[in-house]
Design a protein around this ligand. Sequence first.
Ligand SMILES: Nc1ncnc2c1ncn2[C@@H]1O[C@H](COP(=O)(O)OP(=O)(O)OP(=O)(O)O)[C@@H](O)[C@H]1O
Length: 318
Amino acid sequence: MIHARGLTRRFKVKKESVEAVRGLDLDVERGQLVAFLGPNGAGKSTSLRMLTSLLPPTSGTATVAGHDVVGDPAAVRARIGYVGQKNSAGENFRVRDELVTQGRCYGLGRAEAGRRADEIMELLDLTPLAKRNPGTLSGGQRRRLDIAMGLIHRPELLFLDEPSTGLDPQSRANIWEHVLRLREQHGTTLFLTTHYLEEADTMAERVVIIDHGRIIADGTAEELKSDLAGDRITVVAEDAAGAAVAAEIGSRLGEASLEGTTVRVRMPNATTALPGYLRALDADGVKVTAAETARPTLDDVFLGLTGRSLRESEKETA
Ligand SMILES: Nc1ncnc2c1ncn2[C@@H]1O[C@H](COP(=O)(O)OP(=O)(O)OP(=O)(O)O)[C@@H](O)[C@H]1O
């Protein structure tokens, strides 16, 4: 459904050249749900704009829904939907009329556009809101309308740029419910960017992480976490001397780091390793005041790969 090779985009800013995307290689099969993650300025939107044929690449190629984004952008656009970060519906018409107008823009006849609007409102639970003006909808309802606008022409592939940003947790969950339903009922391929690591972790079957314009990780959330981050044991020793011994013993089990009286050890299978570790500490006379194990998060994956936290990078560049 998506095949990109060496996709690159440079921007000229004054006399400087900014390499927003550097040689993106990506294959997405039909029906996949891919979350595209990365800090601000990593190149997510630029990649999306190239894949949706809105922005020509500086170099490289991409075939999307069977057509070349540069050679045949109209064919690409007819087969994909794109839901950007900004609202796509205006405020002049009622919800149903907005959808019908959008359908007409895609070349549907009046009756067909009406049928399709009704169908899509049903799918996204917008039917009770058909006569409302978009300006009066809640954030979550408005976002569902944006998604409906992107689906009016039955695209095989839907790009969503930050579909749940700015919504409260309940509305976010509701958007996800609808996105998953879309995939289940229609087999739509979904490619979305999100800032919410937990959402990408639990909802997407594949996570692609981009940083400084390059893909640095690609796999299921589980694969990335066990290959690139590992579990973590944290123990707090009673004093610094004990912590130093705990770090030394920990380094035999995995990658140990010491901060004050806290020792963190990264390793596979922390829960089964913990009892043995605590026994070894006890045998060496180290007094432990707290101990816990944690499964890694996608943020740990990013930290392991770049030495930066995704959340910190977000704050720095925000
Ligand atoms: N039209 C443009 N002109 C100049 N530089 C640009 C342009 N568009 C993007 N860039 C630069 O390219 C880099 C990648 O930007 P992009 O918007 O793709 O990142 P992003 O990962 O989508 O970020 P965000 O999460 O903030 O949306 C940034 O350094 C940005 O400043």
